[in-house]
Design a binder for this molecule. Structure first.
Ligand SMILES: *Cc1c(COP(=O)(O)O)cnc(C)c1O
Length: 231
C-alpha cells in the first residue's frame, strides 16, 4: 500500500519536471525499506545530509544494490561536510553538493588523491546571506570557484543553494534567481576547469519556482516520502 502511493508520488513529481532534470530524493530519517521502494519506483539519486546516516543506509542496501536494484543509484551529500568526515564522504558519495570553503575542498581533494578518485562537487551558495546557514556568500563564490577549480582531484560541476525557507515559495524565487545569475556568470569563464553543468535548487515546497529559475537538480524529501498531511 505504502509502496504504491510512494510510487505514485514519485511518478507525479517526475512528470512535473522538465526532461534532463535530476530528481534527488532527500532521504533523511527514512527507513531502508522506504529508500529501496523509492529506487524501485524510479529514483536514481539519493541525497543525505549526514555522512554517518548515509553510511548506515549504504551498508543496509549494499547487497540489494548490487543484486536486485533495477538501476544504478547515485549518492549525493546535500548537508554540510565536516573536515573530519571527508575520508568517509569521498568513499560513500558520487557527488558532494555542499563545498563552501577552500579548507573543506582541500580535505576532500587530499582524500580523493589517496584513492585515485576525482570527486564531482557543487559549490554551495548562501544565497540569502543567512548567518545560521552554511554555504559561501555570493561575493565570495567566484573567487572560491577559482581556487577550488585548481585542485586536481575535484571537479566543480555547478552550484547548489537552499535559499531562505518561506511559507510562500515565491519569496524564495529571488534567491534562486541570484544563484542562477552567478551560475551564468561562471559559465562564461571558459578557461576555468570548473564546469557549470548542474544547478541544484528547490525542495518540496519550492521546486517549481526553482525549475522556472533554471534548476536542473531538485532535492525533494517530504513530497515523495510522506503524505502531505503528514508534514
Ligand atoms: C531535507 C532537505 C531537502 C528536502 O526537503 P523537503 O522539504 O523534505 O523536500 C532538500 N535539501 C536539503 C539540503 C535538505 O536537507
Amino acid at each position: 500500500m505504502k509502496t504504491e502511493s510512494l510510487e505514485k508520488r514519485i511518478k507525479t513529481v517526475k512528470e512535473s519536471l522538465p526532461p534532463n532534470t535530476l530528481l534527488v530524493a532527500a532521504a533523511k530519517t527514512r527507513t531502508s525499506d522506504e529508500v529501496k521502494a523509492a529506487i524501485a519506483s524510479g529514483i536514481t539519486a539519493i541525497g543525505y545530509n549526514y555522512v554517518q546516516e548515509a553510511e548506515v543506509m549504504r551498508q543496509a542496501l549494499k547487497e540489494w544494490e548490487t543484486r536486485e536494484a533495477p538501476h544504478k543509484v547515485q549518492w549525493h551529500l546535500i548537508g554540510h561536510l565536516q573536515r573530519n568526515k571527508a575520508k568517509k564522504a569521498v568513499e560513500l558519495f558520487d557527488m558532494i553538493e555542499t563545498i563552501d570553503s577552500l579548507r573543506i575542498a582541500e580535505a576532500v581533494n587530499n582524500r580523493c588523491a589517496s584513492i585515485n578518485k576525482v570527486m564531482p562537487v557543487l559549490i554551495e551558495v548562501n544565497s540569502g546571506r543567512e548567518s545560521n546557514k552554511t554555504g559561501v556568500s555570493h561575493d565570495e563564490v567566484i573567487p572560491l570557484v577559482g581556487q577550488v577549480a585548481e585542485l586536481p582531484n575535484i571537479k566543480i560541476l555547478g552550484l547548489m543553494t537552499m535559499g531562505p525557507r518561506f511559507g510562500n515559495p515565491e519569496e524564495t524565487r529571488p534567491y534562486f534567481r541570484l544563484t542562477k545569475k552567478l551560475f551564468d556568470q561562471l559559465a562564461t569563464e571558459k578557461a576555468s576547469r570548473a564546469e557549470m553543468r548542474y544547478l541544484s535548487m528547490g525542495m518540496s515546497n519550492s521546486y517549481r519556482q526553482a525549475i522556472e529559475e533554471g534548476a536542473n537538480i531538485v532535492r525533494i524529501g517530504t513530497r515523495l516520502f510522506a503524505d502531505r498531511n503528514e508534514n
